[in-house]
Design a protein around this ligand. Structure first.
Ligand code: CU
Length: 181
């Protein structure tokens, strides 16, 4: 039995040596990773300063392709206010429509109704999602039908003087009913 005990204590000693060296290695690795992360961070910081100045962005725009008989349509997108000031949506335009407005959709006496919003404010840093059943760009009095896969430019003028144009991709796969006015 004594031999067994000696063997056991040797195994324990070897194991603890292994554990200790592994821990030392982990401490080293952690320190190294932390340093790398710090370097990476300062690099990223410099990078973003260089390339993404605070601005207004119109992203991921889509438009509803029309079916025969439709005289108006809607466009959806994400509007990001990357500036440090609140901005208002002043006016909209699109070459495909005679009149372009910013709308919201709301329940009114149990009915879904669309309403034009003038001078809608987007707070600094905020992201506004335009989507079916909510905020949308209303394209009224279409010059011609909006064909599937065609490109629909939408320009938004903001209160800070910025004028941004996004090209919305026309699709017939937008969920939700389009409502006529
Ligand atoms: Cu509308």
């Amino acid at each position: 039995m004594e031999g067994g005990t000696i063997l056991y204590s040797r195994v324990v000693r070897i194991m603890s040596t292994i554990v200790n060296s592994m821990m030392a290695l982990m401490v080293l690795l952690t320190a190294y990773t932390a340093m790398a992360a710090q370097n990476g961070h300062s690099h990223l910081h410099a990078h973003s300063k260089e390339h993404s100045k605070p601005e207004l962005q119109l992203l991921n725009a889509s438009a509803r392709a029309t079916r025969p008989g439709m005289s108006s349509s809607a466009a959806y997108m994400t509007i990001h206010n990357g500036t440090h000031e609140a901005v208002q949506i002043r006016s909209l335009s699109s070459p495909v429509a005679r009149k372009t407005e910013f709308h919201t959709t709301e329940m009114n006496n149990g009915m879904m109704k669309m309403r034009r919003l003038d001078n809608f404010t987007i707070k600094p840093g905020d992201t506004l999602e335009l989507k079916p059943g909510g905020y949308h760009v209303m394209l009224m009095g279409l010059n011609k039908p909006i064909a599937k896969n065609s490109e629909v430019p939408v320009t938004i003028t903001f209160s800070n003087g910025d004028k941004k144009t996004v090209v919305a991709h026309a699709t017939d796969e937008i969920k939700g009913q389009h409502m006529a006015h």
